[in-house]
Design a protein around this ligand. Structure first.
Ligand code: NAD
Length: 249
């Protein structure tokens, strides 16, 4: 039997074919969950949901838009009846340096990576409170812990560090409602965010600094999300799980 049998999971930023979100949707579906894929492009979200099998849905949602999050939450509950799991996975990056950050790029990076976690959580927590249970996992990054990396700018590090604080605050606030909130902090994972933008030499250099001597795969982050979503982690809240091949040792 699956670890998520009978559960409904909402995953943001899960339409990208090689992304962490879709790998997570696939793994959750294998474990018995019905999945709602939320992403900017509704047609891409529907297609991604169809690609993992029947019974899953795709919904257009810009997580940085509060109304869009509310509407998406209503659409999910109308279609799937409830929400047990929320994976706040959507994110964007921009490889710039501090002196290059202007107001628009600061706003864009903070809006998607941090504000989006707040808005989608606000939209779905009421349903979790009502049923007296829920699990939320939020995407942070090793960039938050190390103060940046190759691909994320300082605004990205700030946003992802903000996610850690927000998640812990929500974990504290909603613990009494039996809603758990945790984070994952991946190292460098091979997805569209990374693969297209790094040369083989850059990848080899990065791998050389990682004890496991390689970049991560999307499904390896999906595994951590599955653990946090499932009852295997029933006494874990406010935690941060590093999935980075040992990069911080
Ligand atoms: P990806 O680009 O494949 O996936 C990101 C997804 O988020 C895309 O489907 C995109 O359409 C969606 N998205 C972007 N803005 C959105 C918005 N406003 N509303 C809804 N959806 C939106 O990249 P990925 O590597 O799978 O990234 C997933 C998450 O993992 C991101 O939060 C990223 O910051 C984080 N992360 C990635 C790495 C890595 O090395 N790849 C490392 C640490 C953290």
């Amino acid at each position: 039997t699956g670890l998520l049998d009978g559960k409904v999971a909402v995953i943001s930023g899960a339409a990208s074919p090689r992304g962490i979100g879709l790998a997570t949707a696939r793994l959750f579906a294998e474990h018995g969950a019905r999945v709602a894929i939320l992403d900017l492009d509704g047609a891409a979200a529907v297609q991604a949901a169809g690609s993992i099998g029947p019974g899953h849905i795709g919904v257009a949602c810009n997580v940085a838009d509060r109304d869009a999050c509310q509407k998406a939450a209503e659409a999910v509950v109308a279609a799937l009846g409830k929400v047990d799991v929320l994976i706040n996975n959507a994110g964007i990056t921009q490889p710039v340096k501090t002196l290059e950050i202007d107001q628009a790029s600061w706003d864009r990076i903070l809006d998607v990576n941090l504000r989006g976690v707040l808005y989608l959580s606000q939209a779905l927590i009421p349903y979790m409170k009502q049923q007296g249970a829920g699990s939320i996992a939020c995407m942070s990054s090793v960039s938050a812990q190390r103060g940046g990396g190759i691909l994320g700018g300082p605004h990205y590090s700030a946003a992802k560090a903000g996610v850690l604080g927000l998640a812990k605050a929500m974990a504290r606030e909603f613990g009494p409602d039996n809603i758990r909130v945790n984070c994952v902090t991946p190292g460098l994972i091979q997805t569209d965010i990374t693969t297209g933008k790094l040369s083989d030499q850059q990848k080899a250099e990065i791998a050389g600094g990682v004890p496991l001597n390689r970049l991560g795969e999307a499904r390896e982050i999906a595994g951590a999300y599955l653990f946090l979503a499932s009852e295997l982690s029933s006494y874990i809240t406010g935690a941060v799980i590093d999935v980075n091949g040992g990069m911080l040792i």
